[in-house]
Design a protein around this ligand. Structure first.
Ligand code: S3P
Length: 166
């Protein structure tokens, strides 16, 4: 059995970009939980949030639990997905979880104008959310800082961890 490679972290840390690159490099399947939720529900993330964030979170935990049953996949999860303890435990048991990190400046530069992310608002709002979640992101054993680095530079560090741990 091949472990999964799971990329977690706040919005704008490059999980999906680096996840796709990692999957190409490792010749593994790539899944993104937000894309899976949109495919499953036929709704966009903003539409789901407009209906109810709680329902979105339920879909998110279902998709994480389902994804944890795979092996040998690269899975990028939404920024809030692993706050759910069951989802986190299941994905951690399925392979290597790496949390990508970025400062508020980097996050705002990368996704500050994003319309597809309902939790991206003013700099103050995003800063408050990032600060509130920082203990969560810091609780991951493996973390890779992405500030000032290209996706390929981040990929190299992710690959080093993958080779070391898997
Ligand atoms: C969220 C992050 C988003 C998406 C949703 C909520 C969050 O995913 O799941 O908008 O709670 O941090 P990305 O981290 O891929 O942008």
């Amino acid at each position: 059995m091949t472990p999964n490679l799971v990329l977690a972290g706040f919005m704008g840390t490059g999980k999906s970009t680096v996840g796709q690159l990692a999957a190409d490099r490792l010749e593994m399947a790539f899944l993104d939980t937000d894309q899976l939720i949109e495919a499953l529900t036929g709704r966009t993330i903003p539409e789901l949030f407009a209906q109810s964030e709680a329902i979105f979170r339920k879909y998110e935990s279902i998709v994480c639990l389902q994804s944890s049953l795979l092996d040998g996949a690269v899975i990028s999860v939404g920024g809030g997905a692993l706050i759910n303890e069951k989802a986190r435990t299941a994905l951690e048991a399925s392979g290597l979880v790496i949390c990508l990190t970025a400062t508020l400046d980097t996050v705002m530069q990368r996704v500050g104008g994003s319309r597809s992310r309902p939790l991206i608002g003013t700099r103050e709002e995003v800063g408050a959310l990032l600060e509130a979640r920082t203990p969560h992101y810091e609780s991951f054993r493996y973390r890779v800082a992405t500030d000032g680095r290209t996706p390929y530079q981040v990929l190299d560090e992710v690959m080093e961890l993958w080779q070391y741990v898997s």
